[in-house]
Design a binder for this molecule. Sequence first.
Ligand code: IGP
Length: 262
Amino acid sequence: MILDDITAAVAKRIEQDKQRIPPEEMKRRAADVKEKKDFPFERALSHPGISFICEVKRASPSKGLIAAQFPYMDIAREYEAAGAAAISVLTERDYFQGSGQYLQHIAAAVATPVIRKDFILDAYQIYEARVWGASAILLICAILEDERLVSFFHIADSLGLSVLVEAHDAGEIQRAVRCGARVIGVNNRNLKNFTVSLDTSCRLRPLVPKECLFVAESGICTAADVSCLQDNGVDAVLIGETLMRSPDKKAMLHTLAGGRHG
Ligand SMILES: O=P(O)(O)OC[C@@H](O)[C@@H](O)c1c[nH]c2ccccc12
């Protein structure tokens, strides 16, 4: 299964990274980061109306190479200028052609909160995210048992990092709520077989308490998709491919927002 292949590759990378910067050193560097810990990611998504999390993604296992040209700094600045509430940066190297460097450079250049999009399997990656300047991380229920989900949530929280907890079915939503998540995302893409259905978000929305922010992720292509999700009580949408393939990202974001944005 693809998810197992990805997590195996990520686990290997983590071990290599720990050789370069040992865990104790990474932890120390994270503690030294001076920025305020006031959860800007959550604040940005709390604004009235639907918020857009725009993703910087070069490739994916389901779509292959998405952006042959990848001027990631220009892309991030364009998202910011277009009014993105947050910017998601893929940092997974083997399957998404991402990099921690992309995140580090982008977070240093924009005021918009940045979320580290990766397969977090080890607390080391959470300290790394803080060192790189992220405001939030993704935790995926499907790859973390409860014990790690809870402990990673608390580590991130104590560092001032917001956590987007990703679920794909009712059981995972329950686990996300129980771990204390304040932001819950439903991935419309099934990571086991890559099928996409926006109905997944709409079906699961009522299972998430009103106090939580709800993010619909993946497969969002049109203004009709966005307005349908908004009608179903979604607070924010996470959009990658549609924006990455669009030569004029600002115009595309405006279109997706039904002309009400940017
Ligand atoms: O490109 P899309 O279909 O708009 O999807 C964006 C985002 O939701 C997707 O990249 C994603 C959602 N959850 C993930 C977990 C890991 C890697 C990637 C993802």
